[in-house]
Design a protein around this ligand. Sequence first.
Ligand SMILES: [Mg+2]
Length: 380
Amino acid sequence: MERSILHLDMDAFYASVEQLDNPHLKGKPVIVGGSGDRSVVSTCSYEARQYGVHSAMPVFMAKKKCPQGIFLPARHKRYEEVSREIFGIFNQFTPLVEPLSIDEAFLDVTNHRLPPAVIAAELKERVLKDTGLTVSVGISYNKFLSKIASSWNKPDGLFTITPDMMPRILFPLKVDRVYGIGNKAAKKLNSLGIYHIRDLFALDRRRMEELFGKQGGEIYHRIRGIDNRPVISSRDVKSVGRETTLDRDTRDKSFIRKLLFEFCKEISMTLDQKNFYGKTVTVKLKTSSFRTMTRSKTLEGYIKDIHEIYEVADRIIRDIELKEDLRLIGVSVSNLTQHPVEQVSMFEDREYKKKKEIDRLVLDINRKLGDDILKFGIEL
Ligand SMILES: [Mg+2]
């Protein structure tokens, strides 16, 4: 059966919240980002975009392009508050809500009693009425296409991509609009003279696999309208983790710890994106003789910061005596929540804060030492 997937994306979210809270900013080029010149733009209003400012642009450059811009620091607490309100609305339409970031989600409304276009219109109205903000909605039969649809006529957009519009609707888009093609891959394609999806469409499957490995096959199907990824609601996400089979078995702890740190970084980023906090950290190891060991630690409070996750993973790995080389290493964070109530009181505790600060310093030093050891000694 054909699915009905909505992609919802708030318009210029941070900047719109600023304009909502400070009405005198309405209609003005508002640029939200870090305060230093070396920081980057998080979001800017559509008025600022007319001057060529965009997110991820260094602030000093945005100042050059738009000197009259109103530069504001990000108020994450406030954005999270609004985000909760928005997701509350989404959840009233279906429990199948997959958050992609603080202001973006997929909804699977395949089994809803109303047609998707009606749901989309109602959602837009509800979000505007309850929060004063606009959301763009894309409707299609898979995730990739609904995301393309939501960006079609932003802001305040509503657009549907149906099977009969495929593949031509994609042809004029740049290759980096395809899920799975990042900056690096796009550059590689550009260097081969492939700029638009039209050009990509001309490549056969084998060529795509040569270029991108297994992922190439998926991209080949995706631009032909085939994308079977399910919508996974936050309630169904039990853990966030990373693991890898090593190129060469090892029991070198400084190498293992370095790898764990990289995993923790990715996990922390994913948690942040999905607005999750976790309580349990698990390290998984598989030895050369295929013996699997898992060790977990459950904390009092919820965490998502890279240093806090790594601290726990590191403690676990330090306590394990390795009698054999390892062939697989993994780490995951589970016991997830999106509303860590306990955390507030925990972080308000001054003693706790001080202790954390010291822990962090020690951790930084350890890490630097680890890096040096790695630079001088080990090559794997
Ligand atoms: Mg957005």
